[in-house]
Design a protein around this ligand. Structure first.
Ligand SMILES: Nc1ncnc2c1ncn2[C@@H]1O[C@H](COP(=O)(O)OP(=O)(O)OP(=O)(O)O)[C@@H](O)[C@H]1O
Length: 689
């Protein structure tokens, strides 16, 4: 009774939820059209089922079990694919599975990551396999133990401790070895999983950060960060699960099925007859629960979105005193999600309760049928014990295989998404054998006959046969209407993009032939309207322009950019933290740090893209003063809206619609009375309003 109670407790602890929904989902498979890649896989699976059935045709019980088992497992795989994609796209699984959108999983890339961990991985596989093999042995040994007790009680009376001592110690030894093997493979596997994931993260980040600017125009940052975090996490979990649970479950399922059949083909057949009824009932409840679960998850995501938006834009929320409204919105969504999750919890509770009753009934039925077989001497009590434990192991293994397949598909999709980015090659590689000129730079820049369209908008030509020369150590300003292509000119000089036609030359050399890291790191200094600082100290932010700069160099650059005085007024001086994206500084202070960051590399060419247009009059004056000092002795390209800031430039070009339409000094252009004079007049009028 104790043993039976123990077994039924085992049953109580497991659920059949995942297995029970399978047969219903098999239905979906029949709807795959012939052109779909799943169609071929499905055909192969069917053939495999047929093959396994015919090979075991001499053993009807085994055939009866193996057929549904393989079917179950493969059905689960297909359904998981359908469900994963359905979750992503909010479509019904049936609609989704018909699409040819299975990501291409590149095994050779995975191999590159696994190779360095091969020994640890082989060790983990061997230990996991050993633990699984022992799990097959244990039911048989338990049966032997019961047989010894039963025989003793039949033939003698009194204590049977001495009789069972030997087999019991053997069994305990087996449990201990199994425990050791399990500990060993889990340790090795976590090591392999963590190292593979860490390598993947580093390689992916390296690949992303080296992509050119056009890549970031086309891909959302959030999506890229997701690859680094969620996708790699998903892949790691699947990887570990496949090796540990997958290997163990498959070995145990096959091994225990064989054991079941050897113990009693009749009882095996009977168990399998009952299964489809349970599967049918479970399928209905299971699909209902899945729907509830998806809705509840969507609701949680909605609530998170509200919080995310409110916290992300907290300054705007506060500026409009909308805290209460945001709180109400969030509370409303959270309450809804709470209600839905409670309903889901109730559904799961009913389902689990019913499952437990059903499973206990199976145990009782097996005992009843087994008892009949024992009374007709076709089976021993020990065999019944072995049968119960082995069938319970099979049931647990099948449950985990079905869950595992979903995880495998999700993991492979996540891996494929990560690998996709790993094999990307930037069109403008940072290090690609470009040269660094021997002579010291004169600093002449020629834009020659440039035509350009952004890769994300190829039909829209932004620059049309654009030509311009920046003479060495002179200041050239570009002004003109918004959207005319001014900033695009600066981007081409930085080589963020390559022109569609024409060339950009530096000292007579095509910049495409020059070393890009040298060009950006040492030749060109870039200051734009909204400088982005990193969430570290002021010292580190200025040093970003020249990583090996000494403290003295940093301070000297800060002095040149009029930043030293305000930095020293902070209690922590240069060690003051600037906050995320520099929120702890004013616009003018940020701009002066950005100027120091550009000046510290002592660039030959300085590009100022509306560097003062976001500042108030006082900040503009201080920053302008710093810029006037910074531009001395360098070739300077200024892009400006406020024409008052560029009147002293050696050359002013007016751009319209991707072309230069006027060029000359301030006075020359004024005397021409063209577009430039119009712009000046308009700005003066606006200033007087
Ligand atoms: N990354 C991009 N991808 C696609 N199109 C872009 C991109 N950046 C700018 N454009 C487009 O190129 C054109 C020129 O933009 P650009 O920023 O060079 O103009 P601008 O003269 O500097 O304008 P503003 O004075 O308003 O800053 C615009 O039509 C703009 O929409």
């Amino acid at each position: 009774l104790i043993v039976l109670n123990h077994i039924s407790n085992f049953y109580k602890g497991t659920t059949i939820s995942d297995q029970l929904v399978i047969l219903q989902e098999v239905n979906i498979l029949t709807k795959i059209p012939p052109g779909n890649p799943f169609h071929r896989i499905w055909n192969l699976t069917q053939r495999a089922i047929h093959h396994s059935s015919s090979r075991t045709s001499k053993s009807p019980g085994l055939k009866f079990i193996l057929g549904p088992a393989v079917l179950t497992v493969s059905a689960r795989l297909f359904c998981r694919v359908a469900c994963c994609e359905a979750d992503d796209n909010n479509n019904a699984p049936e609609e989704v599975i018909l699409k040819d959108s299975v990501p291409d999983f590149k095994w050779h890339i995975l191999w590159e990551f696994v190779k360095p961990q091969l020994f640890a991985l082989i060790g983990a596989v061997v230990l996991a396999f050993g633990a699984a093999m022992l799990n097959i042995q244990i039911p048989l040994m338990l049966g032997d133990l019961v047989n010894v007790v039963a025989r003793y009680l039949r033939e003698h009376s009194g204590t049977y401790v001495n009789e069972i001592k030997g087999p019991a110690i053997k069994l305990l030894g087996l449990y201990a070895i199994q425990g050791l093997l399990t500990t060993g493979y889990i340790i090795l596997l976590s090591r392999v999983g963590e190292r593979v994931a860490a390598d993947m993260r580093k390689t992916l980040f390296a690949s992303l950060i080296r992509q050119d600017v056009a890549f970031f125009d086309a891909n959302k940052t959030g999506q890229l960060v997701n690859r680094l975090t969620a996708d790699i996490q998903e892949f790691k979990s699947s990887f570990k699960l496949v090796i540990s649970q997958g290997l163990r479950s498959i070995t145990q399922t096959v091994g225990c099925f064989v054991s079941l059949y050897i113990i009693s083909p009749k009882l095996t057949g009977l168990t399998v007859v009952v299964l489809p009824c349970l599967v049918g009932a479970g399928a209905i409840i299971g699909s209902f629960l899945r729907k509830l679960s998806r809705l509840a998850q969507e609701q949680v995501a909605k609530a998170t979105e509200v919080a995310d938006e409110a916290l992300g834009n907290v300054r705007t929320v506060k500026a409009f005193a909308m805290e209460e409204r945001e709180l109400q919105l969030y509370a409303h969504e959270v309450d809804k999600s709470c209600e839905m999750n409670e309903n889901l919890g109730g559904g799961i509770a009913v389902f689990q309760g019913l499952s437990n009753v059903a499973l206990n009934c199976i145990v009782l039925g097996t005992i009843f049928a087994g008892g009949t077989l024992i009374s007709s001497d076709e089976m021993s009590p020990g065999d019944l014990m072995s049968f119960l434990v082995a069938s319970q192991t099979v049931q647990r293994s099948l449950a985990s295989i079905s869950i595992l397949f979903g995880q495998v598909v999700r993991g492979m999709s996540a891996g494929a998404r990560v690998f996709e980015y790993l094999s990307l090659k930037p069109t403008i590689p940072l290090s690609g054998g470009g040269r660094i000129p021997f002579h010291s730079l004169i600093g002449r820049v020629d834009f020659m006959n440039i035509s350009f369209s952004y890769p994300t908008r190829p039909g829209h030509e932004v620059l049309k046969k654009f030509s311009l020369t920046l003479p060495p150590c002179k200041t050239v300003a570009i002004v003109g209407e918004s959207g005319g292509g001014k900033s695009t000119v600066a981007s081409l000089l930085e080589r963020f993009y390559d022109p569609t036609n024409g060339v950009v030359m530096l000292d007579g050399l095509d910049i495409r032939t020059l070393d890009l890291a040298w060009l950006r790191g040492q030749v060109i200094g870039f200051i734009n309207q909204e400088p982005v600082l990193f969430g570290s100290s002021i010292m580190e932010n200025i040093r970003f322009g020249k990583p090996d700069a000494t403290d003295a160099e940093v301070i000297s650059a800060a002095k040149q950019s009029n930043a030293h005085r305000f930095i020293m007024s902070f209690p922590d001086g240069y060690n003051t933290m600037v906050g995320e994206r520099g929120v702890a500084l004013s616009g003018g202070q940020k701009q002066r740090i950005a100027i120091a960051r550009a000046l510290i590399k002592n660039p030959s060419i300085l590009v100022l893209d509306e560097a003062t247009s976001a500042l108030d009059a006082e900040s503009e004056r201080v920053v302008q003063e710093a810029l006037n000092r910074a531009t001395r002795g360098r070739t300077v390209l200024i892009i400006a809206h406020r024409l008052s800031t560029i009147q002293g430039a050696d050359l002013i070009c007016v751009m319209s619609n991707g072309r230069i339409v006027e060029a000359g000094t301030h006075l020359e252009l004024l005397s021409k009375g063209g577009l430039y004079s119009d712009l000046i007049r308009r700005q003066r009028a606006e200033g007087q309003k």
